[in-house]
Design a protein around this ligand. Structure first.
Ligand code: NDP
Length: 453
């Protein structure tokens, strides 16, 4: 998955990438995310030598703080289990650290760093005052009882609570952390600190959550894609769409895409994918995934015309016009990208964080496939978290239409900024470059203004 950093033209960036790889050995996802941003900055450092002089880029690839801790919890069988928790407080130049918590067996220092690094640029793109952070634990929630999940969340928050606060670091959900887990962690934080604050977002509506937060990442992704399609005088109407995953992002991306006229024919989980040529029955998916916490394979019990195939990666062999990878990093590789483009796919937008490998990105570039990077296209979740923070500070709640309208405006604005920045740097249509530079400039200028800190 790792890529040579020889693709960088600038001697300065090349050396920086070399140092980064040497200092963060084995952290391939972090190398991959950093390289993608550095590649976009070649033109920026030519125009802004002050960023080199003041060490801005070196600072940006180094987390301000990395917290690593033990999480002991007691299983239903009375045994004590130990997991490892993390919080990467990556960059606070434009606001308090903000970013989700992931509970998944693959969580490691490198994964948390890659996610927090990406989050720094994403949060900047939203236009809201939020720095970048991300955390989680190598805990696997699958197969755990309700009581085990609660005890794990409480133990995790007991330690994390020392490092977060409404003006310092505000976590949220991510893979394996939904409203249930957020509730347990919020309750534990409140108990430890003895105060009711908006220290975490994605809360339930009865205790400070925001309307539309649950839907925000998926809906925001579709609002972003709508803008891309509009530029080509097209729309979601009748577009056959394939979406990977069947979690929070995938479900609400599917819901909005269907509302906008698309035909969503496939969804997946980590075991395999379903293909329903008639268009998926989203109510059934929600019942299976949100209520029963079942496997996606159960879908065909109610829809025998649909097919289930073992292995999640095969989903990209299904012919479609639009592909929305919404599951996990590096789930769509070069081979999958070739298959998609061969079958006529015209647009790929990342709902997940870095789901496309560098090889897949090369294919999309070569074939002229419209492409939206996650740090721009999936920023709707954190943007709405920002709106939740604002409502908590105001001690007020906006209605559904108001939050949805703000979300849509933010996504349109991100698209416009990424698009115009790409043009300014002679790379019309390159939303990777546009999003990276637009996200970078605000953070870099803030760092410059605040001196070497
Ligand atoms: P969820 O935990 O709700 O859902 C994750 C989904 O991905 C599940 O269906 C899971 O299946 C599936 N999955 C996990 N691993 C694989 C794999 N190797 N291949 C195929 N499918 C897999 O997470 P979210 O929907 O919240 O997050 C999905 C992605 O979106 C992540 O990359 C996350 O960082 C990103 N994101 C999320 C935001 C949010 O607001 N939630 C905001 C911005 C980005 P299974 O149940 O079998 O594990």
């Amino acid at each position: 998955m790792d890529r040579s950093y020889g693709t960088l033209q600038s001697n300065y960036l090349n050396k920086l990438m070399g140092r980064l790889t040497a200092r963060n050995q084995g952290e391939y996802e972090f190398h991959q995310a950093a390289l993608e941003v550095l590649e976009s900055l070649e033109g920026v450092i030519e125009r802004h030598p002050e960023f080199i002089r003041m060490g801005i880029i070196e600072s940006l690839v180094e987390p301000e703080r990395l917290i690593k801790f033990r999480v002991p919890w007691i299983g239903d069988n009375g045994r004590v289990y130990i997991n490892r928790g993390y919080r990467a407080q990556f960059n606070s130049a434009i606001g308090p650290y903000k970013g989700g918590l992931r509970f998944h067996p693959t969580v490691s220092e490198g994964v948390v760093k890659f996610l927090a690094f990406e989050q720094t640029f994403k949060n900047s793109l939203t236009g809201l005052p939020m720095g970048g952070g991300k955390g989680g634990a190598d805990f696997n929630p699958k197969g755990k009882s309700e009581a085990e999940i609660m005890r794990f969340c409480q133990s995790f928050m007991t330690e994390l609570s020392h490092y977060i606060g409404p003006n310092t670091d505000i976590p949220a959900g991510d893979i394996g952390v939904g409203e249930r887990e957020i509730g347990y962690m919020f309750g534990q934080y409140k108990r430890i600190q003895g105060e009711f604050t908006g220290v975490i977002t994605g809360k339930g509506l009865d205790y400070g959550g925001s309307l539309v937060r649950k839907q925000a990442t998926g809906y925001g992704l579709c609002y972003f894609v709508e803008e891309m399609l509009k530029e080509k005088q097209r729309s979601f109407d009748s577009m056959t769409t394939v979406i990977s995953g069947s979690g929070n992002v995938a479900i609400y991306a599917a819901k909005k895409a269907i509302e906008l006229g698309a035909k969503v024919v496939a969804l997946s989980d980590s075991s395999g994918f379903i293909h329903d040529k008639n268009g998926i029955d989203l109510d059934l998916i929600k019942e299976l995934k949100e209520v029963q916490r079942a496997r996606i394979s159960d879908y065909i019990l109610k829809h025998p015309d649909a097919t289930y195939t073992e292995g999640a990666r095969g989903i990209w062999n299904i012919p479609c016009d639009i592909a929305l990878p919404c599951a996990i990093q590096n789930e769509l590789d070069e081979l999958a990208a070739r298959e998609l483009t061969k079958n006529g796919c015209v647009l790929v937008a990342e709902g997940a964080n870095m789901p496309c490998t560098p090889g897949a990105l090369e294919v999309f570039k070569e074939k002229g496939t419209l492409f939206a990077p996650g740090k721009a296209a999936n920023a709707g979740g954190v943007a709405t978290s920002g709106l939740e923070m604002s409502q908590n500070s105001l001690r007020y709640s906006w209605d559904y239409e108001e939050v949805d309208c703000r979300l849509k405006n933010i996504m349109q604005d991100i698209h416009k900024r990424a698009s115009t920045t790409a043009e300014e740097y002679d790379a019309k249509g390159d939303l990777i470059l546009g999003a990276n530079i637009a996200g970078f400039m605000k953070v870099a200028n803030a760092m410059l203004a605040q001196g070497a800190v």
